[in-house]
Each structure stands twice: as structure tokens, then as C-alpha cells.
Design a protein around this ligand. Structure first.
Ligand SMILES: NC(=O)c1ccc[n+]([C@@H]2O[C@H](COP(=O)([O-])OP(=O)(O)OC[C@H]3O[C@@H](n4cnc5c(N)ncnc54)[C@H](OP(=O)(O)O)[C@@H]3O)[C@@H](O)[C@H]2O)c1
Length: 335
């Protein structure tokens, strides 16, 4: 099998393309021919060494992959050859609250990931991809889509409420799609006029350019009739949290997800207290959440927004493209 790995040195240029025999599935394992993978911001942080200092090297990166089951090990009853599947981000988080054990089972983090033409999964670490999606589309779901789904579910979003998304990356575009499918209003920010236009073409009329309007939280406040949004999908981190706290309504909800604008900085916690805001950390999601999300994706005929598909051999180009921030939605690697 062919695979990329981070061996000793960190950095996109240090990714190594290697070959080894295709593994056979042991008891309870499933061998999948990976047909597509997708990149998340996390994968960039990972390969550049800013995600964690304790990467178990050598490591096959990436959490998000979709493909076809080719062989199952002894005792496997959930899958058979030919099934179209995607791996779960956490191989050992079935449902309920996340456990310490589950946090160690992240693909492309604690254990080898899916940047390869074949990969082994535990039989409980797979879900069926929605029937109307291609492998490229299915490969966008395990991290970005599930995180967005979890973020909205944790805020108990209901029809008629409002959601604020930041930027036009993978998590934010999925959050917009799910929020609109739930009957919610979306207010979106982006740092690019061209991307703002694309959002409008998709039907999102309330768009704010956060570069042209650095006080974008004030625009959100005005757009909501000085009420504030019910839910913020907070992917910005230290540089945006203070503003999100100002943009959210009394008793509102902030799903704390990402660090696009950094991990350190001063944030005034007072608005959270005075507005009785609920702030919930989100860490991707469980297999059961993934299955529920896929039912919704199928029901609503939802299709992920894919910006570009790179061939496997151009994996480093795909990483560089993600790093450039030029993308709108997901960057995919066909395998
Ligand atoms: N907690 C979790 O489980 C979890 C799961 C997935 C992702 N994350 C985190 O969530 C964040 C987003 O991940 P992703 O994979 O969706 O990223 P991504 O696809 O790479 O999105 C990047 C986009 O975010 C926007 N952006 C960049 N800096 C920004 C800023 N200061 N303020 C607002 N928007 C900004 C830009 O969009 P525009 O060009 O439109 O401005 C950029 O293109 C990352 O920090 C990631 O680590 C966390």
C-alpha cells in the first residue's frame, strides 16, 4: 500500500510517500480501500508541530477518509466487502460523554490516520456514508461536518433562531448548511469580498467582511435588532471570543471549537457572566452523533461544499493550498 507519513522532521515538505504490504484485518477489524481523504486545519497544525508536542512518530496523518470495505476480520458483523464507509474521528467514542480512552483514539493523532490507499479500522469505528454522496464528499464528514453538527446540537438550536459563523472554512460552511436545514437564520463573516459573494449566491444574505469591519460584533448586534445571535460557532479562538461574547444574546450559547486567530490573548469574561452565556467546548463528536448527522444529510439531500480535489501525488500541494487560506469549504485528496 502507498501512504504518506510524518517521520522525524515536521513540516509539509517533510511528508514522506512510502510503500508497505497491504495489512490483513485481525479479529474485529475492517480493511478499507480509501478512495478520498479531506484536510482539516488540525492536520496543518499537526504536520507543522503546533497541535501537540507528543506526536507518536512515525505517524500516518489525517482523520477524514472514505472508501470501500475490502475485507473483514473474524467476528465482524457490522460490515461486509463493498460497503461504502467513512472512519470515525475517534475510533473509540461510540456515544455518550467522551472518555479519556476515546481521546487517545483520534485518527491521525493518537493513532495512524487515513492518508493512505488502505487503512484498518475497528468495526465500531466506521459509519456508512450517505448514499447520495461520492467518496470525495463522504470524506469531508468525519471531522468538520461532525464538529459543526455537534456545535449546533449542543446549543439546542431550534427553528427561527440565529447562528453566527466565522470565516468560510470547513466547519463554518457545514454549520451554515445544518443551521439553515434546521430553519435557523445564518449571519456569516468572511475576510474576503469574493467569498462573501459566494455566500450570497448560496442564499446567505447577512454577510460581514471582518477585515473591512473589525468591529463586526457591532454589525451582528444591529442585524439582530440589538438582540444578539442565539448561537455562535466559535472557530476563531483567542482573537474572536471577546467579540463573539458581545455578539451573542442574553442566555445565548457559544460552541467553542477552534483557534484560527490564536490560542492566547486577553478576553473579558464579564459579558459571559452578565448575559448568562453558556460556553461549551466541542471536540468533534461520537459515532452515534455521526450516524444521526448522516440521517439528516440524507433526508435533506445535503452536499458538502468542496473547493478543490487534489490527486494523491499532490498531497503536499493540497496542504499548502489549505495553509494559503484561499479555500472556500473543503480541500479533498483523491486516493
Ligand atoms: N474542536 C474540534 O473538535 C475541532 C474540529 C474541527 C476544527 N476545529 C478547529 O476549528 C477551526 C476551523 O477549522 P476548519 O478545518 O474549518 O478550518 P479551515 O477550513 O482551514 O478554515 C479556514 C478559514 O477560516 C477563516 N479564518 C481564518 N482566520 C480567521 C479569523 N481570524 N477570523 C475568522 N475567520 C478566520 C478563513 O475564511 P475566510 O477567508 O472566509 O475569512 C479561512 O479560510 C480550526 O481552529 C480548527 O483547529 C476544531
Amino acid at each position: 500500500m502507498r501512504y504518506f507519513c510524518i517521520e522525524k522532521e515536521l513540516g509539509i515538505d517533510e511528508l514522506q510517500l512510502k510503500e508497505k504490504p497491504v495489512p490483513r484485518p485481525g479479529p474485529g477489524q475492517v480493511l478499507v480501500r480509501i478512495r478520498a481523504t479531506s484536510l482539516n486545519y488540525r492536520d496543518l497544525l499537526m504536520v507543522e508541530g503546533s497541535y501537540t508536542r507528543n506526536l507518536p512518530l512515525p505517524l500516518i496523518p489525517l482523520s477524514d477518509g472514505a472508501g470501500k470495505v475490502v475485507e473483514v476480520g473474524a467476528g465482524v458483523s457490522r460490515w461486509q466487502p463493498g460497503d461504502r464507509v467513512a472512519g470515525t474521528f475517534f475510533q473509540d467514542w461510540d456515544g455518550g460523554e467522551i472518555t479519556e480512552e476515546a481521546t487517545k483514539s483520534a485518527l491521525g493523532g493518537g493513532i495512524d490516520g487515513v492518508l493512505a490507499d488502505h487503512a484498518l479500522f475497528g468495526e465500531r469505528g466506521l459509519v456508512r456514508i450517505p448514499s447520495h454522496l461520492s467518496f470525495e464528499e463522504g470524506a469531508t464528514l468525519p471531522c468538520a461536518a461532525l464538529t459543526a453538527w455537534h456545535a449546533l446540537q449542543s446549543g439546542n438550536l431550534t427553528c427561527g433562531q440565529s447562528v453566527l459563523t466565522l470565516g468560510t472554512g470547513g466547519v463554518s460552511l457545514f454549520a451554515q448548511t445544518f443551521a439553515r436545514a434546521s430553519g435557523a437564520r445564518v449571519i456569516a463573516t468572511t475576510g474576503s469580498d469574493a467569498k462573501a459573494e459566494r455566500l450570497r449566491e448560496m442564499g446567505i444574505t447577512d454577510v460581514i467582511n471582518y477585515k473591512k469591519e473589525p468591529d463586526w460584533e457591532k454589525s451582528v448586534w444591529e442585524l439582530t435588532g440589538k438582540h444578539g445571535v442565539d448561537l455562535v460557532v466559535e472557530v476563531g479562538g483567542a482573537g474572536t471570543l471577546g467579540k463573539s461574547l458581545k455578539a451573542v444574546c442574553l442566555g445565548g450559547h457559544i460552541s467553542l471549537i477552534g483557534v484560527l486567530s490564536g490560542t492566547t490573548g486577553e478576553v473579558n469574561p464579564l459579558p459571559a457572566v452578565m448575559k448568562k452565556v453558556r460556553i461549551q467546548g466541542i471536540y468533534v463528536g461520537s459515532r452515534e452523533m455521526f450516524e444521526a448527522m448522516n440521517r439528516a444529510i440524507e433526508l435533506h439531500g445535503i452536499r458538502p461544499v468542496i473547493d478543490r480535489v487534489f490527486p494523491f501525488e499532490e498531497t503536499k500541494e493540497a496542504y499548502r493550498y489549505l495553509k494559503s487560506g484561499a479555500h472556500f469549504g473543503k480541500v479533498v485528496i483523491a486516493v
